[in-house]
Design a protein around this ligand. Structure first.
Ligand code: MLC
Ligand code: AMP
Length: 501
C-alpha cells in the first residue's frame, strides 16, 4: 500500500497506521480527556480573568451548560455567539458544545441587515452577545423569543444535564460564508470535522501541552476558533487571549508570557513587520499565516529580520484546514505545502480547481440542498473554488480564485452582496464591485458605480455603512458612465480591475 501524501506531516516516530484523528469522537471528548489528565494545567488567560486552569474550565463550562439547559435549551438547538474574544466567551462556547448545542458564530462588526439574515436562516434558540444593539436585532429577527445573554451567561442555575455525549456526526458549528449569491449560507461543521482538523494540526505543527499561543484573531471565524482555540484545547496547550490585534500588544504578550506560537493573517504580519520590533518574533517556536496569500517578499523580510520561517497554510470555513507547509523541512514561500493528515486533494479540469475530501470536509450547507448539489462533485469531492498548481516536488500553490471573492485583511467579501446593497440605493443605476491590489489589505473593495442622475458618493457610502460591516464597504468608489459588458451582458470585471484605482 502506498503511503498517503499527508505522511510528510507526521512526526518522525509516528506511523500512518497509528493516526486516528477521531479517537476522541468529539471536541468535548478530546478536551475533557486533556483536563482530566492535568487538572492544574493553566489553559486560558485574558486580562479580566487571569489564568484559568483545566479544572476551573471544566467546572465553569459544566455550570454554564446547566444554565443553558435550565433556560430550556436542548441538544441540537442553535446558539448565536457574537462577541469580542475573551475567556468568558470561550467558556460560553465550550459549554454550548458540551451540551450538544450548535454554535453559530457571528462577526461582531456586522450590521443589523447582516445579523438578521443569519438569525432568520439558522433559527437560533439563544444568543450570547456583548452589546445591546445586537441583542435587539437578534430578538427582532427571531420567530420564537430567544434566550439572550452576555458572555458571562448570567442565567439562573439549572439542573445538571448530560454532558459530552455528542459523537462525530453531531453538529457543532454553523459557519456563515458565501459563494455565488449575495446571501451567506451556513456551512454545517460536525464534531468529527472540527476534531479531525484540530488533531491534524496538532500532529503536523507538533503542538504540545508546553505550547502557548498568542491569539489576537477574532473568534467568530474558523481561523481564530477552529484553528487557534480548538487546536489549543485539543493539544492540551495554553492560549493567551487578546481582545483585538495590536502589534505592540502581540510583542508584549509573546515576551511576558513566553509564548511559543502566533497565528495571523498576512495583514497582521505586514503590521508586525512595519514597526521596530519584528526581531522579537524570533522567540516563537512557530509562526503561522493563513486566510489569504502571504506575499513571498514579506516572508523573506520576516525570515531575515526575525529568523522566523513563517509556515503558510490554506483553509476554508467548509473544510477547516486543508493544506500546510511542513513543520520539518522546507517551508516554501508562495506555496501552502502538502495536504494535512486525513485530507486528500486533486487538481481538476481546465481550471485546476482544488477539490478536497477527508474527515475535515463538511457535509453541506444548512437547509440549502441546491447549494450542496453545486458544492460537491458527483463522486463526492468538495469544490473549493480555488485553483492550484503543483511545484515539481509536490508543493501546492494557490494560483487563482474561481469564485467571485475579495479577501481583504483576511476577511472575505462577496462582490455580489456589496453590489446588491449599493444597487438598492435610488441614486444608483448599475454597479460592479471588484478587488484591487492593496499593500495593506492584500485586496481592497472597489465599486464602479453608474449613477442614476446626480449622486453624492458620500451619501452612497453612508447608505452602505448602515447595511455592510466596515470591512465590506468600498474603499475605492468610482462614478462611471457605463460598465464594460460582454455580448451576453455580463460585466467584464477583469477590465475594471485593470483600470485600477
Ligand atoms: C478592519 N477594517 C478593514 C479590515 N479590518 N477594512 C478592510 N479589511 C479588513 N480586514 C476597517 C475597520 O473597520 C476600520 O474602518 C478601518 O478598516 C481601520 O481599522 P483598523 O483599526 O486598522 O483595523 P483593525 O481593527 O486593526 O483590523 C485589522 C485586522 C482585522 C487585520 C486585525 O481585519 C482582522 O482581524 N483580520 C482577520 C480576519 C480573520 O480572522 N479572518 C479569518 C477568516 S477564516 P473604519 O470605517 O471604522 O475606519 C478563513 C479561513 C482560513 O479565512 O483559511 O483561515
Ligand atoms: P473563508 O470562506 O473565510 O473560510 O475563506 C476561505 C478562502 O480563503 C479560501 O477558499 C481561499 O480562497 C482563501 N485562503 C485561505 N488560506 C489561504 C492561503 N494561504 N492562500 C491563499 N488563499 C487562502
Amino acid at each position: 500500500m502506498t503511503s498517503p501524501e499527508w505522511a510528510v506531516h507526521l512526526p518522525p516516530a509516528t506511523s500512518v497506521a497509528a493516526v486516528d484523528l477521531l479517537a476522541d469522537r468529539s471536541l468535548p471528548g478530546s478536551w475533557t480527556r486533556r483536563w482530566r489528565e492535568d487538572p492544574g494545567k493553566r489553559v486560558l488567560l485574558d486580562d479580566a480573568r487571569g489564568w484559568l486552569t483545566a479544572a476551573r474550565i471544566e467546572e465553569e463550562t459544566r455550570t454554564v451548560a446547566a444554565r443553558y439547559a435550565g433556560a430550556g435549551l436542548q441538544p441540537g438547538d442553535r446558539i448565536v455567539v457574537s462577541a469580542a474574544p475573551s475567556a468568558d466567551l470561550v467558556i460560553a462556547h465550550v459549554a454550548a458544545l458540551r451540551l450538544g448545542l450548535t454554535v453559530v458564530p457571528v462577526n461582531s462588526a456586522y450590521t443589523e441587515r447582516e445579523v438578521a439574515h443569519i438569525v432568520r436562516d439558522s433559527g437560533p434558540a439563544a444568543a450570547v452577545v456583548d452589546d445591546r444593539s445586537r441583542a435587539r436585532w437578534i430578538r427582532d429577527a427571531c420567530v420564537r423569543e430567544p434566550v439572550i445573554t452576555s458572555p458571562t451567561v448570567e442565567l439562573p442555575p439549572g439542573r445538571a444535564p448530560s454532558l459530552d455525549v455528542v459523537g462525530p456526526s453531531d453538529r457543532a458549528l454553523i459557519g456563515y460564508t458565501s459563494g455565488t449569491t449575495g446571501a451567506p449560507k451556513g456551512a454545517v461543521l460536525r464534531h468529527g470535522n472540527l476534531l479531525a482538523s484540530a488533531e491534524a494540526l496538532r500532529l503536523a505543527w507538533r503542538w504540545t501541552p508546553e505550547d502557548r499561543l498568542v491569539l489576537s484573531l477574532p473568534m467568530f471565524h474558523i481561523h481564530g476558533l477552529g484553528v487557534g482555540l480548538h487546536g489549543t484545547l485539543t493539544s492540551g496547550a495554553a492560549v493567551v487571549i487578546r481582545p483585538r490585534f495590536d502589534p505592540d500588544d502581540v510583542f508584549d504578550s509573546i515576551s511576558t508570557h513566553r509564548a511559543t506560537l502566533f497565528f495571523g493573517v498576512p495583514t497582521m504580519y505586514a503590521r508586525l513587520a512595519a514597526g521596530g520590533r519584528l526581531a522579537e518574533l524570533a522567540a516563537l517556536r512557530l509562526a503561522v499565516s493563513g486566510s489569504a496569500p502571504l506575499p513571498p517578499d514579506l516572508w523573506h523580510v520576516v525570515a531575515a529580520r526575525a529568523q522566523q520561517r513563517i509556515l503558510e497554510r490554506y483553509g476554508m470555513t467548509e473544510t477547516v484546514m486543508n493544506i500546510s507547509n511542513p513543520y520539518d523541512g522546507e517551508r516554501r514561500p508562495g506555496t501552502v505545502g502538502f495536504p494535512l493528515p486525513g485530507t486528500e486533494i486533486r487538481l481538476t479540469g481546465d481550471t485546476s480547481e482544488i477539490q478536497l475530501r477527508g474527515p475535515n470536509v463538511f457535509s453541506g450547507y444548512w437547509e440549502r440542498a441546491d447549494a450542496n448539489a453545486e458544492a460537491f462533485t458527483d463522486d463526492g469531492w468538495f469544490r473549493s473554488g480555488d485553483s492550484g498548481a503543483r511545484d515539481p516536488d509536490g508543493y501546492v500553490r494557490i494560483v487563482g480564485r474561481l469564485k467571485e471573492l475579495i479577501i481583504t485583511g483576511g476577511y472575505n467579501v462577496y462582490p455580489r452582496e456589496v453590489e446588491e446593497v449599493l444597487r438598492a440605493h435610488p441614486g444608483v443605476n448599475d454597479v460592479a464591485v471588484v478587488g484591487l491590489p492593496s499593500a495593506q489589505w492584500g485586496e481592497q473593495v472597489a465599486a464602479f458605480v453608474v449613477p442614476a442622475g446626480v449622486l453624492n458618493p458620500d451619501d452612497l457610502l453612508e447608505y452602505a455603512a448602515v447595511r455592510l460591516a466596515a470591512y465590506k464597504r468600498p474603499r475605492v468608489l468610482r462614478l462611471v458612465d457605463s460598465l464594460p459588458h460582454n455580448a451576453l451582458g455580463k460585466v467584464l470585471k477583469h477590465e475594471l480591475r485593470s483600470q485600477g484605482v
